[in-house]
Design a protein around this ligand. Structure first.
Ligand SMILES: Cc1cc2nc3c(=O)[nH]c(=O)nc-3n(C[C@H](O)[C@H](O)[C@H](O)COP(=O)(O)OP(=O)(O)OC[C@H]3O[C@@H](n4cnc5c(N)ncnc54)[C@H](O)[C@@H]3O)c2cc1C
Length: 396
């Protein structure tokens, strides 16, 4: 049966990993779904380091053809020169070529029956009595299409969510990342400190394709921090020249107040579903995409796309991610107030055999709650955090 090009049961706004994965699950459930992606090629440009926890590949049965290497060896660098190295016995995560990863998910969705339209930006959303009207901009021309329901998977952009009363994330990280050819094959390095990554961390990551990705995330002023970081990398002999092309982008680190409304669900960065500790969003976003697809498929079958019915989506994803997000957000909020010497002290502490044992027992790439709880039970960590809590409560 041929399908009208301007209608679908579900339109997905955004052909990133989350949009494509939601479309895949919807199509598998027999739903007529259309993905609308503003860029001409899925997966480009890339604003991601492409590190995905090993568990995600198993739990979500993700395609592995974009995997370029494994993350097993980590070195944490303090601002005052101390460092600790952690080598896992198995890969904690895999590195993917992010463009190829997105394209594999898009292919999976299409094979399951989803339609993909690239070079089409959704410019407006108008909920109506029997569906949603989507304004489309393509090569300067304005058209529209209609759907019974919509999944917002448009990354860290919140115009539609605002319009629909879902709000926007209260907290975002600024990032700047570069991707350059390099022979470096040592451990992935994570740098901390006020000058290179205020309130967050910087990374230096061999991709397994003869390149490294390095960048900073920061609660503010990521661009000056990135310049400072580049100088530090040159000083350490990790980088040859300081003229590197880089891209700036945003990561939400707190979910929206509400991720559903009448006929519409938001998933992935569009819903703020990332790990507050690191900002990694692929696993949580893909988990939520699957839950969004299941909820919508059931709602379509029941002929009920009311906000009340779709609230089930939020209940389900919060049951899976909520406790983790709350603990990780609290941890981040306090950690943002650690001074350079406190960060140094914590990294030196991590070299102790007892703490190493705790790390080995509790480290999981995507679930940090257990490790956080274990760490803050240690008297020295608790005392350091308590000082940071007090500082975070002081004005200015
Ligand atoms: C520097 C950096 C490094 C990161 N590293 C990691 C990492 O190593 N591991 C990890 O798990 N996470 C990482 N993240 C986070 C990760 O990139 C995101 O969580 C992930 O991309 C979210 O996927 P998404 O599909 O929700 O959104 P996106 O990947 O942002 O996809 C959204 C898509 O929607 C499209 N779109 C937007 N608006 C419209 C519109 N109006 N009409 C049509 N199309 C539209 C966009 O073009 C885009 O293709 C990183 C983020 C940054 C910035």
């Amino acid at each position: 049966m041929s399908r009208a090009p301007d209608t679908a049961q579900v339109c997905v706004v955004g052909g990133g990993p989350v949009g494509c994965f939601a479309a895949y699950h919807l199509a598998q459930a027999g739903i007529d779904v259309m993905v609308l992606e503003e860029h001409p090629v899925v997966g480009q440009p890339v604003d991601c380091s492409g590190v995905i926890g090993a568990e995600a590949f198993e739990t979500l049965q993700l395609p592995r053809d974009s995997v370029t290497g494994a993350l097993q060896d980590l070195e944490l660098m303090s601002p005052l020169g101390s460092k600790v190295r952690y080598g896992a016995t198995r890969p904690l995560a895999y590195l993917v070529n992010r463009a190829r990863f997105d394209q594999s998910l898009a292919a999976l969705a299409q094979q399951a029956g989803a339609r993909l339209r690239t070079g089409v930006a959704v410019s407006s959303l108008s909920p109506e009595a029997d569906g949603v009207r989507l304004g489309l901009r393509t090569e300067g021309a304005e058209t529209h299409c209609r759907a019974r329901a919509v999944v917002l998977a448009n990354g860290p952009r919140y115009r539609f969510q605002d319009q629909l009363g879902m709000g926007r994330p209260r907290r975002v990280l600024q990032t700047v990342q570069a991707d350059v050819p390099a022979a470096y094959q040592g451990p992935t390095k994570v740098f901390f400190g006020r000058s290179v990554a205020p309130g967050s961390f910087a990374w230096f990551l061999p991709t397994g394709e003869g390149r490294v990705k390095f960048g900073v995330s920061a609660t503010a002023a990521a661009v000056p921090a990135f310049h400072c970081y580049v100088s530090a990398l040159i000083e350490r002999g990790l980088l040859a020249g300081n003229s590197v092309p880089s891209r700036g982008w945003l990561i939400p680190i707190e979910p929206l107040r509400r991720t559903f409304s009448e006929r519409v669900l938001a998933a992935g960065d569009a819903a703020g579903q990332t790990k507050p500790t690191t900002g990694g969003g692929l696993y949580y976003g893909l988990l939520a995409a699957r839950i969004a697809a299941e909820t919508l498929a059931e709602a379509l079958r029941a002929g009920d796309l009311s906000a009340r019915r779709l609230a089930g989506y939020e209940r389900r994803w919060r049951a899976v991610l909520g406790p983790e997000l709350r603990t990780a957000l609290f941890f981040r909020t306090v950690a943002e107030h650690l001074t350079d010497s406190e960060l140094d002290c914590l990294i030196r502490l991590a070299c102790h055999e007892r703490v190493m044992r705790l790390l080995r027992r509790r480290i999981r790439f995507d679930w940090h709650r257990d490790l956080i709880v274990g760490l803050v039970r240690r008297p020295q960590v608790a005392a350091t955090f308590l000082r940071a809590v007090v500082r975070s409560c002081l004005p200015g």
